[in-house]
Design a protein around this ligand. Structure first.
Ligand code: CA
Length: 738
């Protein structure tokens, strides 16, 4: 048993009796470490050092359940079924971390966002990159053992809301399981990377994608999908790991009245909707978190937004719109509904609650509770009873204006009416759709009792498009919203309005029992990166300044940093081979950190897998590669030639079709070209060759001919030229010191 030192010192009186209803009146909170000891187990790990088993991927239920008995293995993305991303290893500790250096690295041959957590089992490190590529390395030396490319049609990029990313693999009984962007679930031989079986989990004619990690539970591989910004109906399915045969499927939103897939709970859910939302699927995709809890035999998943975001369009009569923005718990054997908790009834701000879930045993108000935890987009940190889904507590971990609090009795938010919008009423909402915390893995230490969350603060404006004449196009965003208008600008000018756009970001240590922040480390450059914590009380995380760092888990003091020449969004993992502890992190995201140039021949954003160990002496390449080394930061658009009407039409068409990838207002926020800087702005013909002709299909920019109306491509061109000229004038004014 470990008593949280930091909490004992800090005093943990309840932060808010109003909300917590005296739950914490007992005062001192204990955190019990019910799992394995924080030191090496009595029985040494059988596999990593034994080269005969290398690549065996020999994970089964018993081994995964006993993950703490082999702390040197990281056999699933979240390490254990609890997905706490806590490592019992202590080889890298506060005294030794200063000598941590690069042991080996591998260049990743894509230049989009890299979001996978490396899985390390039986001596092999498995990692995925953008476009669903898989690579297997000798975890000690970095020798590439095999690589697999599912050859996803690059046109799929058109329907991937948020970049063509992948968050990693599952290992099970000799095989490696991958969810590919185009909806395939693929089983690979762990030793060779050869395909054992492949199934299409989605209708390829519909705009479904997969970016999440498959989870294996009792011989079934569980997978959901994404696409709720386009036009589809969310579901989670279970497939037999050996044969690829589907065992069960759970739809997250009702089909049409009378649809045979409407289970009793979906029939009840139907009553919380109005209109004919089911014609377009309703959205509600479960695109990231899936968590299995052996104690309750439940599988939990978080459900995303409804389609459209605008409730005026989606469900004109209002309603909760179940199971949009809900946590759903199903029986792990049957996939049958057990309970749900809707975090955002009638959501219309893209508050997906697909963000990481974890289970833990916490002493709350003197009582040991088996809890489920989440820090979703909404800015509230939730603690539920894992068995029943009953809300224990919920408090804001970041600024949020959409609700003042969560009522513990009803479990419902006390919503701020000002944040609802229509086609005649604009609103400001905080956090913005990317959330206070998105998919980036958080971690929990049973020793400190703290959760380590990458927090981003933001706000945005919303208004609905007019419902009359609104048409769904399943190759483009159908959010039914406008984020820029005069009415929104006016709202932002009012006293007390939050700052617009991205405000700040920080690594936060959160006490889930007291529901309060213990420390935070502000980020120099805005952005979120996944976290991991170890038994030596070190939190590891990257950032958007091009650094990978170790922090004191109790104080936030920075103990060590290494430059990684890339932005970091993914979370690290750690493992041992022989006596050495290794720390692995996949790097690469939108663009490059300030001052960093291209140093990779195969990736414009320097995507790499980096593996550190004590005394590591490997150096990253430093010399610029090729002509693209210099990053253009000065706007140089042509003069405006379009009409005002074209610019206005272009703004609308851009928001519907392009903004999802290329960023709101033409300002890129992902690892996708910022069009204001595009060389194609010098020629409307070049532009149309790309947008209509599909000249950049191989890079993921397929033709939008079937998506855009006549004249839209020209209009978008003129809109981007207009935006670039406006921003160029702002750059020049700033340079002059105005
Ligand atoms: Ca969403």
């Amino acid at each position: 048993m470990h008593i949280s030192e930091s909490r004992r010192g800090a005093g943990i009186a309840p932060t808010s009796n109003r909300l917590l209803g005296g739950l914490f009146a007992a005062g001192v909170a204990l955190v019990l470490n019910l799992s394995a000891p924080a030191v090496a187990p009595a029985k040494p790990p059988a596999t990593p050092a034994n080269r005969n088993t290398m690549g065996a991927a020999a994970v089964d239920s018993a081994r995964q359940l006993a993950a703490d008995r082999e702390p040197g293995t990281w056999m699933s993305a979240g390490r254990t079924y609890s997905e706490q991303r806590y490592s019992p290893l202590t080889g890298v500790n506060k005294a030794s971390v200063k000598t941590l250096g690069l042991a080996w690295y591998g260049d990743i041959d894509t230049e989009r966002g890299q979001e996978a957590t490396p899985v390390v089992v039986d001596g092999v490190l498995y990692v995925t990159s953008a476009w669903s590529l898989v690579k297997a390395y000798d975890a000690a030396t970095g020798r590439l053992l095999w690589a697999y490319d599912p050859k996803v049609d690059r046109a799929t990029g058109q329907i991937a809301c948020c970049d063509v990313v992948n968050r990693g693999v599952a290992a099970w009984k000799g095989r490696i399981y991958l969810g590919a962007l185009d909806g395939r679930l693929i089983a690979l031989d762990g030793r060779t990377g050869k395909v054992a079986w492949s199934v299409q989990t989605t209708d390829p004619k519909q705009p479904y994608t997969i970016t999440q990690v498959p989870r294996v539970v009792k011989g079934l591989v569980i997978i959901g999908n994404a696409g709720a910004e386009y036009a589809c109906r969310g579901y989670v399915s279970a497939y037999d790991t050996q044969t690829g045969k589907m065992k069960w499927r759970f739809y997250t939103v009702p089909g049409a009245p009378g649809d045979p897939t409407n289970t009793p709970e979906l029939k009840r859910a139907l009553a919380t909707w109005t209109g004919d939302f089911w014609k377009y699927g309703g959205g509600a995709t479960a695109w990231d978190t899936i968590l299995f809890d052996p104690k309750t035999n439940l599988i939990y998943f978080g459900v995303g937004n409804g389609l459209s975001w605008s409730q005026q369009i989606r469900s004109p009569g209002g309603g909760d719109n179940l199971f949009v923005a809900s946590i759903i718990a199903v029986n792990a054997d049957t996939g049958r509904y057990v309970w749900h908790y809707q975090e955002v009834p009638g959501d219309e701000w893209d508050y997906d609650v697909t963000n990481p879930l974890m289970t833990a045993d916490l002493k709350v108000a003197g009582r040991l509770r088996h809890v489920l935890m989440q820090a979703p987009k909404t800015g509230f940190f939730y603690l539920w009873d894992a068995r029943t889904g009953k809300l224990i507590s919920a408090e804001k971990f970041a600024p949020a204006n959409w609700a003042t609090k969560i009522d513990l009795k009803s479990g419902r938010p006390v919503e701020n009416p000002a944040v609802r919008y229509t086609d005649t009423k604009a609103a400001i909402v905080q956090p913005a759709p990317l959330g206070a915390h998105n998919w980036h893995p958080m971690s929990f230490s049973p020793r400190t009792g703290l959760v380590y969350i990458p927090v981003t603060e933001s706000s945005t404006g919303f208004a609905s498009v007019k419902p009359e004449g609104f048409k769904i196009n399943d190759r483009s965003y159908n959010t039914g919203t406008i984020s820029g208008s005069e009415a929104i600008t006016k709202l932002y000018a009012q006293p007390g309005a939050p700052a617009r756009g991205n405000i700040r970001s920080y690594l936060q240590a959160w006490d889930p029992v007291a529901q309060k922040e213990i420390w935070r480390v502000p980020e120099k450059d805005y952005g979120a990166s996944g976290t991991m914590v170890t038994a030596s009380d070190i939190v590891f995380s990257g950032d958007w300044s091009g650094m990978f760092s170790a922090f004191d888990a109790r104080t936030g003091a920075r103990l060590w940093s290494a430059p990684v020449a890339a932005n970091v969004v993914a979370a690290p993992s750690t493992y041992t081979i022989g006596k050495d502890q290794y720390v692995a992190i996949l790097v690469g995201a939108r663009g490059l950190p300030p001052g960093v140039v291209r140093t990779s021949a195969v990736s414009a954003n320097n995507s790499r897998i980096l593996v550190f160990k004590l005394g590591g002496k490997t150096e990253l390449p430093g010399a610029p590669v090729g002509a693209q080394a210099a990053v253009a930061h000065t706007l140089n658009p042509p003069l405006m030639t379009g009409t005002n009407e074209q610019v206005i039409d272009g703004q609308g068409a851009y928001a519907r079709t392009c903004a999802g990838c290329h960023g709101a207002g033409g300002v890129a926020d992902k690892s996708i070209p910022d069009l204001r800087y595009s060389a194609a702005l010098s020629s409307l013909k070049d532009w149309n060759d790309i947008v209509i002709g599909g000249a950049r299909k191989a890079g993921g920019m397929a033709s939008f001919k079937s998506v855009l109306a006549d004249g839209d491509a020209d209009a978008i061109f003129h809109y981007i030229v207009s935006q670039a000229n406006r921003d160029k004038a702002a750059q020049q004014a700033a340079a002059k010191g105005h």
